[in-house]
Design a protein around this ligand. Structure first.
Ligand code: AMP
Ligand code: ZN
Length: 115
């Protein structure tokens, strides 16, 4: 746990969140500022700052995050219609919280490329 990290505090239950899924590797909760009808963040329990800081040891965790994202999309009912998965990375990627997280956005169409 990183004492200065918002998502570590959410994972620890020190800051409330609307959880949609959790297991031994990750926690998923609704984004506080949703950009689509469904906007869920899938977050590893282990703190590492960004995809840029991922190492070979994180291989299983990273795979698990994506499989969990796809599972939540199916549960939400929009998997067949489609959805957007985003990992903002570092400043130019638009990352604001430096605990790696996957955005799952669904329930509307998305354009590409994003802004
Ligand atoms: P990023 O810009 O990729 O680092 O994404 C950080 C996301 O965290 C943003 O979409 C925020 O809306 C979201 N966020 C910030 N604070 C909270 C919070 N307390 N609970 C849930 N989501 C949050
Ligand atoms: Zn953290």
């Amino acid at each position: 746990m990183n004492e200065n990290c918002l998502f570590c505090k959410i994972i620890a239950g020190e800051i409330p969140s609307a959880r949609v899924y959790e297991d031994e590797i990750c926690v998923a909760f609704n984004d506080i500022s949703p950009q689509a009808p469904t906007h869920v963040l899938i977050v590893p329990r282990e703190h590492f700052a960004s995809l840029d800081k991922a190492e070979a040891d994180h291989r299983e965790t990273l795979g698990h995050l994506l499989l969990t994202t796809a599972q939540i999309a199916r549960q939400k009912g929009f998997a067949e219609d489609g959805y957007r998965v985003v990992i903002n990375t570092n400043a130019d990627g638009g990352q604001t919280v430096f605990h790696l997280h996957v955005h799952l956005l669904g329930g509307r169409p998305f354009i590409f490329p994003p802004g």
